[in-house]
Design a protein around this ligand. Structure first.
Ligand SMILES: Nc1ncnc2c1ncn2[C@@H]1O[C@H](COP(=O)(O)OP(=O)(O)OP(=O)(O)O)[C@@H](O)[C@H]1O
Length: 411
């Protein structure tokens, strides 16, 4: 069964316009302005006009599909790559062309990059050794960092004798010991198993809180992004799609890419068309409403839409519905007439996601994943008819052509 957004026509829709992050704060702690980077003769930019202001103590998380430019952005900040155009400033100082060693920025890599022939102590102390920090001071700082990270008892070991989680802590310790202005972390937890990952996630959150560190972090893991970030940057094809708090991205995605990318399970997306005799979907619109692609079912009366009336007549839209906002019940009796409210379909699958049961309902041409009723009498049956009820204020609308979110939800 195809999902609501499988093979969706809007996938090929015109790329969204550039989000307005161009007005970056000149006095921001870290300010990236209009950074562009292409590799070799490639005309497609790995990073395309990226602007971002980071305040001291923020935890910024970059997410986006593979190859969208997350690591390149981190490498530009670290100085491992130089932008083709644009600038990077740290604490008001232009560092666009400053060598990495002179930036006061530490990077933690996915593969830890530990020196195998050195002990844990020497690995952590390495940045101090190359800076010729006196021996006693080195020892003091390595001991303090290893206490914080809970690895004080393994300082004599070599990396080959460490678990994945321990190696990760050593890599973080090596970054911490420098006391840098900014920490860059490129998927630092991706080589750990699920349990250790959750534990290290908690530790990173604690470190960030206690040290008030400024962290810029890349991950594929939504839970990491949603739980750690003060703000998330969503990228696609080198371009920033939206920058916002986890709540802002979840509740008010600016475009279809963000709507689909953020949230697990992902948002249901249904193609709609506006029908009505008047050009405005207002309270007085007769027969106005949003219809699913099959054209048979009405999502809402125009009057119940959570948006200010706008000129929607004839526009092709996408309705976005979070699975937890679609409430699925079995039809009480298949001999009774169908209820007039809600979407009608056939339950094709049931699945447990965490503590809740969800049902996939086929609407004929599209399908919606929704949360099952908690009433055992109302649980849908696979193969049986089901009703999906929605609250209009939880509906998001997007223009199918531009992929941009529509309207401003009413307060
Ligand atoms: N040194 C390089 N030479 C040539 N192309 C590169 C180089 N580094 C990155 N690229 C290309 O730039 C684009 C962005 O790569 P980048 O590693 O920044 O993406 P990413 O979002 O971090 O991906 P992933 O999530 O898979 O790590 C990709 O198309 C990649 O192939």
């Amino acid at each position: 069964m195809a999902g609501a957004h499988d093979g969706a026509p809007w996938k090929n829709a015109r790329r969204q316009e550039r989000p307005d992050e161009s007005k970056v704060n000149q006095v921001a702690f870290l300010a990236i302005e209009h950074a562009c980077k292409a590799f070799g003769k490639n005309t497609i930019r790995a990073v395309d006009d990226l602007s971002l202001s980071v305040e001291r103590g923020e935890f910024i998380v970059f997410v986006g599909s593979s190859g969208c430019g997350k690591s390149t952005t981190l490498r530009l900040i670290a100085g491992l790559e130089t932008p083709d155009s644009g600038t990077i400033a740290l604490e008001g100082r232009d560092i666009t062309r400053t060598p990495p060693a002179e930036r006061n920025i530490a990077m933690v890599f996915q593969d830890y990059a530990l020196y195998p022939h050195m002990t844990v102590f020497d690995n952590i102390a390495f940045p101090l050794t190359v800076r010729r920090v006196p021996r006693a001071e080195r020892k003091r700082r390595v001991c303090a960092v290893s206490e914080t990270l809970g690895i004080a008892d393994i300082l004599h070991r070599k990396p080959a004798k460490l678990s994945g989680g321990q190696k990760q802590r050593v890599a973080i310790g090596r970054a911490l010991v420098r006391d840098p202005a900014v920490f860059l972390m490129d998927e630092p937890l991706s080589n750990l198993d699920a349990k250790l990952r959750a534990q290290m996630r908690g530790e990173l959150a604690r470190l960030h809180r206690t040290m008030r560190a400024t962290i810029i972090y890349v991950t594929h893991d939504q839970t990491e992004a949603m739980t750690l970030a003060s703000r998330i940057v969503v990228m696609d094809q080198g371009r920033v799609q939206q920058i916002g708090t986890p709540d802002e991205l979840y509740l008010r995605p600016k475009n279809l890419f963000v709507a689909e990318f953020i949230g697990t399970p992902s948002m249901n997306l249904l193609a709609c068309e506006v029908r009505g005799r008047t050009p405005y979907l207002a309270r007085s619109a007769i027969g106005g409403g949003l219809c699913t692609a099959s054209g048979r079912q009405r999502l809402f009366d125009a009057a119940r839409l959570p948006f200010e009336p706008s000129n929607l007549e004839g526009r092709r839209l996408i309705a976005g519905i979070r699975p937890e906002h679609a409430h699925v019940e079995r039809r009480p009796s298949e001999t009774e007439p169908r209820p007039s409210r809600g979407l009608q379909g056939v339950c094709v699958r049931r699945e447990r996601i965490g503590a809740e049961m969800y049902a996939l309902v086929d609407l004929g041409g599209a399908s919606v994943l929704g949360k099952e009723s908690s009433d055992p009498q109302k649980k849908p049956r696979v193969g049986g008819e089901a009703t999906i009820s929605l609250q209009p204020e939880e509906l998001l609308l997007f223009d199918q052509e531009t992929t941009q979110a529509l309207g401003t939800p009413r307060p």
